[in-house]
Design a protein around this ligand. Structure first.
Ligand code: MN
Length: 222
């Protein structure tokens, strides 16, 4: 009995090791973002929704000759792939980014990022208004993004479903440094139909250290 159990554990572990993509551990507890984002939403979102995107991405890529591709490379060539790859590659990348830009710790944007925010949106409040507006107006499921565009400028956009600004099919392209999930699964248990309330409260748990780090990396890349 014990051996069977061990065998099952080894098989499970190896199936994950050999999968092309896997989830990073969540960098905080499921309840760490309460009261702004509740523990049950976080647990289902991470362990069910995101996990499914990863599994479905690995399945969808089988036999496509993309075994060594990085996720960013897949996304920048996404028009060459089918809908299963597009939806699940986006789903995986977007959620990895989303977990990383949230934090229970109080943080503030770097001086460089503050300057860029002021240049594009007049103030941090101006950015919040513009991003929340993009998220609120997204019909159905999707994301609101803050990205660094080709010229190094900050831009706000929104995409449907699991698309994102790295995709070659995106109408506003750039390197996303902050993304807000506006799928109902991201807020419905606590906020029901009140997406605007979720969008207002999420600014309490933004990890500005990580957004600033992503901003500096994107700028260095231009
Ligand atoms: Mn989601």
């Amino acid at each position: 009995m014990k051996n069977k159990f061990l065998l099952a554990v080894i098989l499970f572990a190896s199936s994950n090791i050999f999968a092309q993509f896997s989830q990073k551990p969540l960098p905080y507890a499921y309840n760490a973002l309460e009261p702004h984002i509740d523990a049950q939403t976080m647990e289902i979102h991470y362990s069910k929704h995101h996990a499914a995107y990863v599994k479905n991405l690995n399945d969808a890529l089988k036999g496509k000759g993309a075994e060594n591709e990085k996720i960013e490379t897949l996304l920048s060539n996404i028009s060459k792939y089918d809908a299963a790859v597009r939806n699940n590659a986006g789903g995986h990348y977007n959620h990895e980014l989303f977990w990383s830009i949230l934090s229970p710790k109080k943080t503030t944007p770097s001086a460089e990022l503050t300057q860029a925010i002021n240049a594009s949106f007049k103030s941090i409040e101006g950015l919040k208004t513009k991003l929340n507006d993009a998220g609120a107006k997204r019909f159905g499921s999707g994301w609101a993004w803050l990205s660094v565009d080709e010229s190094g400028k900050l831009v706000v956009s929104s995409t449907a479903n699991q698309d994102n600004p790295l995709m070659d099919i995106a109408s506003k392209k750039g390197t996303p440094i902050l993304g807000i999930d506006v799928w109902e699964h991201a807020y419905y248990l606590k906020y029901q139909n009140k997406r605007a309330d979720y969008l207002t409260t999420i600014w309490n748990v933004i990890n500005w250290d990580e957004v600033s780090r992503r901003f500096a990396a994107a700028k260095a890349d231009k």
